[in-house]
Design a protein. Structure first.
Length: 118
């Protein structure tokens, strides 16, 4: 059965009876930026978006907003893509779906990521 325990930096980390420790939100955000990563490539990013629970219409758009793919891919700077991915990861955390997103991102090969300067 899961339980929460305080770790030194003040973040909550879930521990399971198996002794396995899942990543924190901060750790997943850092992982998403290592090696100059910007975001997953469009197909993979769309797969990640489909994993996000409780998406909903909000006016003419969606909450959370969709990934910056298709026509938006070419016209969007790296920083905006990074912020949108961050928004998706935070949404997953707020919806108690962070573990699924973490497993998905951890399973991506480096070639599945867009990097700064590409």
């Amino acid at each position: 059965m899961p339980f929460n325990s305080e770790i030194p930096n003040g973040c909550l980390r879930r521990k399971f009876f198996t002794g396995m420790t899942m990543a924190t939100l901060d750790e997943i955000l850092a992982e998403a930026q290592k090696n100059n990563r910007v975001c997953p490539l469009p197909q993979k990013w769309n797969e990640l978006y489909e994993l996000l629970p409780n998406k909903r219409r909000k006016g003419n758009s969606w909450e959370p907003p969709p990934p910056l793919i298709l026509a938006a891919w070419w016209d969007t700077p790296a920083m905006s893509k990074m912020l949108r991915l961050r928004e998706h990861i935070v949404w997953a955390s707020e919806q108690n779906a962070l573990d699924a997103i973490h497993l998905f991102l951890a399973g991506l090969k480096e070639d599945d990521w867009h990097h700064i300067g590409e």
